[in-house]
Design a protein around this ligand. Structure first.
Ligand code: ADP
Ligand code: MG
Length: 246
């Protein structure tokens, strides 16, 4: 493998759709014999990407096209059903609401939990704690269980942790669509400083201007397939054209 931060080779992910409704006793037996109590649903198929270190890579596509599934495979939250995925260096996953949080634990406990997943000691995280809490703007709630947080608070805390640890790879799934205007401004500034560092970033956003502005290259996903990987500007243009025509 060359100096790539992330490599996917013919990656495919199938979810299992379970049959809960059993109609007849006969069906129970035939299903059991055939061993098919679920049907595979391919959310993603035949995806190949090579992302060099330091690249800011965008992923665009309509709802349900497989963007979050791809990020989950890259971060190791999901195992690929076929093909392979390799990610090097420390990844700070920032995928969807509260992934990586245990909702029964408090905000403070989750900061330490996330830190240990990312390879930091308790002492190292203790030094970061105040800055993280302050950035997330949740100081009054830091000792309350995360299940009592609003979705905006969860995202703010996740963002504050993931960007404070100076990750080698940062994965961001629609983070700018949540939170108020002030937090959005603050987070854009922080992301800009990460983009200026040598972190590798994958950015998923419905905000196509942002993809065009920050990303070098991008991929267009459609129905679980990769339609185009090219410069971000060309991918955004192709996506706009396809949406207008569909
Ligand atoms: P996107 O992030 O682009 O909106 P997702 O990766 O969330 O797309 O979903 C891709 C497809 O996989 C969709 O059809 C979605 O309904 C399906 N899907 C996502 N998660 C699951 C799951 N846990 N079980 C079954 N199907 C799922
Ligand atoms: Mg998604």
């Amino acid at each position: 493998m060359s100096d790539h931060a992330i490599v996917c080779e013919k990656l495919g992910v199938a979810y299992r759709l379970y049959h809960h409704k059993v109609v007849t006793l006969k069906e129970v037996f035939t299903r059991r014999f055939k061993g098919s109590r679920f049907t595979p649903f391919w959310a993603l198929r035949n995806i190949s990407i090579e992302i060099p270190r330091g690249e800011v890579f965008g992923i665009v596509g309509p709802n349900g096209s497989g963007k979050s599934t791809l990020l989950k495979a890259i971060t190791g939250v999901l195992d690929p059903t076929e093909g392979k995925v390799e990610a090097r260096w420390r990844i700070a996953p920032l995928i969807e609401l509260g992934a990586g949080f245990n909702s029964e634990l408090t905000g403070r406990e989750n900061i330490f939990l996330n830190g240990s997943i990312l390879g930091f000691s308790r002492k190292e995280m203790a030094e970061k704690l105040d800055r993280i809490v302050e950035f997330a703007g949740i100081s009054e709630f830091i000792d309350a269980p995360v299940r009592n947080y609003s979705s905006g608070m969860v995202v703010r805390l996740g963002f504050a942790i993931a960007t404070d640890v100076h990750p080698d790879i940062l994965i961001m799934d629609e983070i700018f669509s949540v939170g108020d205007a002030e937090f959005a401004r603050k987070s854009v500034r922080r992301v800009e400083s990460l983009l200026a560092s040598d972190a590798t970033v994958i950015l998923v956003s419905h905000n196509l201007d942002m993809i065009g502005k920050y990303c070098g290259r991008a991929m267009l996903l459609w129905g679980g397939e990769s339609i185009l990987t090219d410069s971000a500007d060309r991918v955004v243009a192709a996506y706009r054209k396809r949406v207008a025509g569909s």
